[in-house]
Design a protein around this ligand. Structure first.
Ligand code: DQA
Length: 152
């Protein structure tokens, strides 16, 4: 028998700087749902799929680095929206590389249709998958993707 890779059963959703402002921040770009709405929805999406979802948001780069370290050994997959740190943070790149935690990079907006400074990502080279432009619905799509394609 061929052994199938295991579906991730513990997923951490990490949101970076300014994502606590969801719902009020540039709603034409990021939508009207608050982060709490989105997180509650994701926990439910996870439940329906047999995946335990934990959510964390921080405006501080060091806290996010520490969460990535902590995820090693206790989380099967990270879904990260690193916000503006995506475009600036060698520290996040190194944390992902150094821990080897499998990770999906996510952006609510289509960063490639926006300012050129959003076109470069320090996360993409160390991510298993990258998604952007699906609005806040992208988070649930990412969890669904992990449930369906365990080898991502
Ligand atoms: C973002 C895009 C980033 O460029 C921006 O700095 C954010 C949010 C997004 O989800 O579309 O804070 O990551």
């Amino acid at each position: 028998t061929v052994e199938m890779p295991l579906m991730p059963s513990i997923v951490m959703v990490l949101n970076g700087p300014n994502l606590n402002l969801l719902g009020t921040r540039e709603p034409h770009i990021y939508g009207a749902e608050t982060l709490t709405d989105v997180e509650n929805h994701l926990i439910q999406t996870g439940k329906d799929l047999g995946i335990s979802v934990s959510c964390f948001q921080s405006n501080s780069e060091g806290d996010i680095v520490s969460r990535i370290h902590q995820a090693r050994g206790e989380t099967d997959f990270i879904i990260i929206n690193a916000g503006a740190y995506t475009h600036t943070s060698v520290a996040l790149h190194d944390a992902i590389k150094g821990t080897g935690v499998p990770l999906v990079e996510l952006h609510i907006s289509n960063v490639f249709a926006r300012e050129p400074f959003r076109h470069h990502s320090y996360i993409s080279p160390v991510a298993r998958a990258v998604m952007c432009g699906w609005g806040v619905q992208g988070y649930a799509l990412a969890i669904d993707g992990l449930a369906q394609t365990p080898a991502v």
